[in-house]
Design a binder for this molecule. Structure first.
Ligand SMILES: *[C@@H]1O[C@H](CO)[C@@H](O)[C@H](O)[C@H]1NC(C)=O
Length: 141
């Protein structure tokens, strides 16, 4: 095998791995999305990556009980983040409220639109055109 053959081989491998690693999706920055099209599934439940089940309520804002806030582009993103937070945060997460007005929420609500919450600290709920909320109903202690 000649040096040239080896070099061509390495270049081919390099090109192949480069094309595999290239990103296929570039999510828009939060400030460029005015409104997310959020919807609860028809059975009004969300199954998260850890097989927990959350209720899903449209036009609902859960008051208080915030653990932290993140950016989420879908109801499932927000519910999944709550499940993940439960593995890392003292006191866990068993509820969330997501704000559909992403750019606005990002600029005025501490850089977030998905609020991870604890049911024990929630202080009622309000009707809110922007809100979609969920509560853990099955899966974890
Ligand atoms: C979720 O359920 C599926 C199907 O029963 C199982 O294969 C998977 O391991 C479960 N995942 C977790 C994180 O428990």
């Amino acid at each position: 095998m000649s040096i040239t053959t080896l070099l061509v081989g390495f270049l081919a491998i390099g090109a192949a791995s480069f094309s595999i690693k290239r990103a296929e999706t570039f999510p828009p920055v939060p400030s460029s999305i005015n409104r997310l099209a959020l919807a609860c599934p028809t059975d009004n439940t969300i199954k998260t990556w850890d097989n927990s089940t959350f209720s899903c309520a449209s036009t609902t804002n859960l008051a208080a009980g915030d653990v932290t806030g993140i950016i989420a582009y879908s109801v499932k993103d927000c519910a999944d983040a709550c499940a993940t937070a439960s593995r890392f945060l003292d006191g866990g997460c068993d509820a969330f409220t997501l704000d559909a007005d992403l750019a606005r929420s990002y600029s005025i609500n501490n850089g977030a639109n998905c609020w991870l919450k604890r049911q024990s600290d929630i202080d009622g709920e309000t009707r809110d055109y922007n809100g979609v909320s969920g509560k853990l109903i099955d899966g974890r202690a």
